[in-house]
Structures are given as C-alpha cells and as structure tokens.
Design a protein around this ligand. Structure first.
Ligand code: SAH
Length: 258
C-alpha cells in the first residue's frame, strides 16, 4: 500500500494524527524535500529508508514504490500541505493503477489554511465575500485560457494565489485589469506556520515592491480581497439570538435590534 500523506504547511504539529501514525510505522518514506519540513522525519522509526523526491523523477518515485510493493512493504509519500492541491498526485496514482498497486490518501492542512491562521483571517465574511478562488499565475505549468486571473478578478471575491511569488508585477496588473480596485487589500504570507514565518499586508497594486522590500521570493501565498480590509461585515445568522436553527430556538430579537 502507498499512503499519500499531507504533511501540513510547515509546523510539524500540524500533520494529522493519522499521518503521524503512518510515519511512525513507515518502512519507506518518499518526501517532497523542497517544501516538507524535515523535522517530520523524526517521527519515522529507526531504519526507515528515506528518499527526497526533489531529486527524483516521477519514474524514479514509482520504481521505489514498485520495489517496496514487491517486497510486501508500505510506502509513505509525504506531500506538503494537502496533497490534492498542486501535489502532482494524480500522475502517481494513475501509474499505481497501471501496476495494480493499492494506495490511499491521508489529507493535510493546506498552506492556505496556515496562511489564514497566521493572519487571523476568515476568508468568507458575510456581506463581503462568500467564495475563495484558489489559483496560480501561469508559470512553466500552463493555466487554461478560461481560468485567467482577470476572469476570476471580475468577481472581487477572496483570492488565494499559490506558486506566484516570482510573478507579482504581472499578477498586480492582471488583478487590476480584471476588476479589483488597485487599493484592494492584499497580504503576502511567507512560510506560514514555520518558525521563520513572515506576513505582510499591502495592496493589490504594490505586491511586487512589498515582496522585494521584505526579501520574499518563494514559499509564499498571496491573499487578495476585502476580507483583509477590516471593513464592517454582517454577523452570522447561525449565532444570532433571533435566529432559530435545528439546535437552538431564537428569541425573535436580534442583538443589534434589527
Ligand atoms: N499542496 C500544497 C501546495 C503545494 S504548491 C498545499 O496544500 O499547501 C507549493 C506552493 O504552496 C508554494 O510555491 C507556495 O506558494 C505555497 N506554500 C507551501 N507551503 C507554504 C507555506 N508554509 N506558507 C506559504 N506558502 C506555502
């Protein structure tokens, strides 16, 4: 069995209990060394074989998995954050299907959750935005034409951008072209939940200058939207004294008198 495990965004305590248990019993671990915190490897037992996939091709990764399967051993494939986002797991799962090697996925805390925690931010504030667009700038990996930043920007919802820290000038331009006012609040969160985490607030128009000033070149998320503005939002219906839910009878009188 191959276990794809989400390592979380950095802080080793943010792996799931299940992910930790899988590491504690692993005979072989293949971890994404470019981003996974190596401190997590201290959960592995003595004698566990450890491979850093940053130095391997897909074919080499699969060969290790195949050899372990033939020897009747499990493999933990440790991916940063949650494996379902920019994790390149589908191509591994497809090869494993071809080889009839079983696998399971153990989810993880994505960097976008780590970044919200770092900022003390709720991405979905009633009356401001109820949607989060997770996307990236086009790099060497193409982004489909229909998913251009400009078209998402037209919604002015909350947006979280992965893998885009080297392209911030172009990103600002696309966000403004698409519809965000240039003074829309933005944040850059570098290495969320790591000891050297850095977070900086700015505006859509000055993302590139801000990152340059702070010396942030990679391993960062860009967050855009009015949820960062501190602007008045509507309180939730769920906890409103006037609101009746499946679990609680409302008193008919809203706290704010409405
Ligand atoms: N599967 C991962 C994302 C992998 S793509 C997840 O769910 O988080 C790699 C990109 O994620 C990086 O380029 C960066 O944009 C972002 N990233 C990963 N870890 C991060 C962290 N701790 N803080 C900020 N951004 C991070």
């Amino acid at each position: 069995m191959v276990h794809f495990v989400g390592a979380g965004p950095g802080d080793p305590d943010l792996i799931t209990v299940k992910g930790k248990r899988l590491l504690e019993h692993a005979q072989t671990v293949i971890y994404a060394g470019s981003l996974v915190n190596p401190a997590l490897l201290s959960f592995c037992p003595e004698g566990c074989r450890i491979y850093d996939s940053a130095r391997m091709t897909l074919e080499e990764v699969i060969r290790v998995m195949e050899a372990c399967h033939e020897a009747g051993q499990d493999v933990v494939r440790l991916h940063t954050g949650d494996p379902s986002l920019y994790g390149a797991i589908k191509e591994q799962m497809d090869r494993l299907d071809e080889l009839s090697i079983p696998y399971q996925v153990c989810p993880g805390v994505s960097a976008f959750s780590g970044a919200a925690a770092a900022l003390g931010l709720e991405y979905t504030l009633p009356g401001i935005s109820q949607s989060v667009v997770i996307t990236r700038m086009e790099g060497r990996t193409p982004v489909p034409e229909k998913e251009k930043i400009q078209s998402f920007a037209a919604h002015q919802s909350t947006m979280v951008l992965f893998l885009s820290t080297g392209l911030l000038g172009k990103l600002s331009q696309a966000l403004v072209e698409g519809g965000y006012p240039p003074d829309t609040p933005a944040a850059i969160v570098y290495k969320a939940t790591w000891p050297d985490e850095k977070k900086v607030l700015c505006q859509v128009s000055d993302l590139a200058e801000t990152a340059e000033r702070e010396g942030i070149k990679k391993t960062a998320l860009i967050i855009v939207g009015k949820v960062l503005s501190g602007e008045a939002y509507q309180r939730s219906c769920l906890y409103d004294p006037a609101f009746t839910t499946e679990f609680r009878k409302g008193n008919g009188q809203a706290e704010d008198g409405k």
